[in-house]
Design a protein around this ligand. Structure first.
Ligand code: 6GU
Length: 225
């Protein structure tokens, strides 16, 4: 899968994409992530990417030209399945959205800033608008990093243990049960006996019960309650 990220802060992605799972996915060639600095495409002398909003005083707006030029350049090189704008007024992202996006070949992620982007970009290029939650971030970069992480880890071959993405919280509609590792007793804090019993059927029932208990308590909405 290829992901092209359009941003005015490409350095913000240095951390999240060069460690752990995403780093490994890139090294294995399972995910190709390309960063494009929108400012480099600005065709004005001072490399401006924003301007005053028509009609109302508040805030700056990202200009059409630099963004339009990056998108058109990329689209002349290959076909894109989706051109996604990260914005707090987009549709709410969830695990099912991550699953769907992870099946695509080429996507563009556009990170917005200031008061927004010129509406004509949304009308003419954007095919999908996504928000990662009901709160406001200073820009789309962190949202794009989160979206990318959630998608890339689902690409077949990325996670070492092929089944581990399937047991994630949300993947089967309930939250994950607690997990423990050695030692079995730390300062008298004991791992539940049942996990040491070796009885696989009892253990699985216990894990399901714990997962349901947690879901009922924290996220009754996931159980339709
Ligand atoms: Cl995608 N962008 C911004 N700026 N804020 C957000 C968001 C996106 N999703 C939730 N809040």
């Amino acid at each position: 899968m290829r992901i092209d990220i359009l941003t005015i802060f490409p350095e913000m992605f240095d951390g999240p994409f060069n460690h752990s799972i995403i780093k490994r996915a890139r090294e294995k060639g399972l995910a190709e992530i390309h960063l494009h600095d929108i400012r480099r495409y600005a065709n004005n002398k001072h490399k401006r990417v924003d301007d005053y909003a028509y009609g109302h005083g508040a805030g700056m707006v990202m200009m059409v030209q630099p963004i339009a030029d990056v998108i058109e350049k990329l689209q002349s090189e290959r076909d894109y399945d989706e051109v996604i704008f990260l914005t707090p007024d987009g549709s709410l992202f969830n695990q099912s959205g991550a699953n769907q996006l992870s099946t695509l070949s080429n996507i563009i992620l556009l990170c917005g800033h200031y008061k927004g982007i010129d509406e004509r970009i949304r009308e003419h290029y954007i095919t999908m608008e996504i928000s990662i939650g009901d709160y406001v971030l200073s820009g789309g970069e962190l949202a794009a990093a989160i979206l990318t992480d959630s998608i890339v880890r689902l690409i077949p071959g990325v996670l070492g243990d092929e089944t581990s993405a399937l047991s994630d919280s949300f993947q089967d509609g309930i939250l994950s049960p607690p997990v423990y590792t050695r030692p079995a007793d730390y300062k008298g804090w004991k791992v539940p006996d049942i996990l040491l019993s070796g009885d696989e059927k009892k253990i699985n029932n216990w894990l399901l019960e714990k997962a349901l208990e947690k879901t009922r308590e924290r996220r009754p909405d996931m159980l339709g309650e």
